[in-house]
Ligand binder design. Structure first.
Ligand code: NAD
Length: 296
C-alpha cells in the first residue's frame, strides 16, 4: 500500500499536482480555503478535509503549495505540533529563502524531515505531470524518501543543495527569465523601428547567440512560435503578476545578501509599472506592448 499524503493548497498548481498523486495510486487527503479549489479536488479523487490539521491525520508525507512565505510558515507552524515524528514535509510553493529555511528549522526541531521543492513548468506542466522540481534539503534521507512522490508529479528532480537551495535556484532562474524577456522585447521593438521583420529577427536570434527561452518558446510577437501566448492575445502562460512576485523575491534576496543586481532591479521596476497599469493577468511577454508604447 502506498503512503497517505496530505496536500495543503489545491489551487491552479496544487490541484492538478494532487490529482496526479491520486492517479499514481497514493491516498491524498487535501485542504484548501477556497470553495472552487475544494470542489475540483473532490472531483479528482482527493479526500477533502475541514482543516490542514485534519488533512495530516494518518499521513506520512505533507505537501504545501501556497501563495507566499507567510502562508507556508503559518501552515507549517500549525502542523508541526500535530504530525508524527519522522513525517516528511515538502513545500513546493515559490517563497523567499529565509522563510524556507525557517520551515526546515521547524521540521528539524520536531524530528521531521523536510524539503523545499519549488517547481518550473506552470499549470500545463502541473496537469501533464512534467514539472521540474528544484530541491533543497538533505539528499540522503529526505530526498531519497521524497523522490518517488516528486517523480509522480514531474519529469525532473534536481537536487540544488541544503535547506533553501531549491528556492534560491528558482529565484535566480526566474530573475534571468524576467530580464531576458524584457531584453528580447526591446530587441523586437528596435527591430520594428529598423524595418526588420519579426520572422527575420526570430530566425537569426533563435539560432545564434541571442537564443533563449524568451525567444525560442515564449516569443513575445505573434507568428514565429505558434504556441507562444502572443498568438492568443497574451492569455497566460505565465502571468505578469507572478513574474513580478518572483522578481520582487529576487530583489529582496539581493538586498539581504548585498548582491549587485542592477538589471534585475530595472526589470522589476518595469513589471511593477506594467502591473499597476492593469496588465498583471496577461502573459508576462505582453510587456512588449508597454515597451512599444513608450517608443517614440
Ligand atoms: P493559487 O492562488 O491558484 O493557489 C494557492 C491556493 O492556496 C489557493 O487555492 C488558496 O485558497 C490556497 N490557500 C491559501 N492559504 C491557505 C491556507 N492557509 N490553507 C489552505 N489553503 C490555502 O496559486 P498557484 O498558481 O497554484 O501557485 C501556488 C504557488 O506556486 C505560488 O507560490 C506560485 O508562485 C507558485 N508557482 C506558480 C506557477 C503558475 O504558473 N501558476 C508556476 C510555478 C510556481
Amino acid at each position: 500500500m502506498l503512503e497517505t499524503i496530505a496536500f495543503i493548497g489545491l489551487g491552479n498548481m496544487g490541484g492538478p499536482m494532487a490529482a496526479n498523486l491520486v492517479k499514481a495510486g497514493y491516498r491524498v487527503r487535501g485542504f484548501d480555503l477556497s470553495e472552487p479549489a475544494r470542489k475540483a479536488a473532490t472531483d479528482n479523487g482527493i479526500t477533502l478535509c475541514e482543516s490542514a490539521a485534519q488533512a495530516v491525520d494518518g499521513a506520512s508525507i505533507v505537501i504545501t503549495m501556497l501563495p507566499a512565505g507567510h502562508h507556508v510558515l503559518s501552515v507549517w507552524s500549525e502542523l508541526i505540533g500535530v504530525v508524527d515524528q519522522g513525517t516528511l514535509l515538502i513545500d513546493c510553493s515559490t517563497i523567499d529563502v529565509d522563510s524556507a529555511r525557517k520551515c526546515h528549522a521547524l521540521a528539524d526541531g520536531a524530528g521531521c524531515l523536510s524539503l523545499d521543492a519549488p517547481v518550473s513548468g506552470g499549470t500545463a506542466g502541473a496537469s501533464a505531470g512534467t514539472l521540474t522540481f528544484m530541491v533543497g534539503g538533505e539528499a540522503a534521507d529526505a530526498l531519497q524518501r521524497g523522490r518517488p512522490i516528486l517523480e509522480a508529479m514531474g519529469r525532473r528532480v534536481v537536487h540544488c543543495g541544503s535547506a533553501g537551495a531549491g528556492q534560491a535556484a528558482k529565484i535566480c532562474n526566474n530573475m534571468v527569465l524576467g530580464i531576458t524577456m524584457a531584453g528580447v522585447c526591446e530587441a523586437f521593438v528596435l527591430g520594428e523601428k529598423l524595418g526588420l521583420s519579426h520572422q527575420a529577427l526570430f530566425d537569426v536570434a533563435s539560432t545564434s547567440s541571442g537564443q533563449c527561452w524568451a525567444i525560442s518558446t515564449n516569443c513575445p510577437v505573434p507568428g514565429p512560435v505558434p504556441t507562444s501566448p502572443a498568438n492568443r492575445d497574451y492569455k497566460p502562460g505565465f502571468a505578469a503578476a507572478l513574474m513580478l512576485k518572483d522578481m520582487r523575491l529576487s530583489q529582496d534576496a539581493a538586498k539581504a545578501t548585498g548582491a549587485a543586481t542592477a538589471l534585475g532591479a530595472h526589470a522589476t521596476a518595469l513589471y511593477e509599472l506594467f502591473d499597476q497599469l492593469g496588465h498583471g493577468g496577461e502573459d508576462f511577454s505582453s510587456i512588449i506592448n508597454y515597451i512599444r508604447d513608450k517608443t517614440t
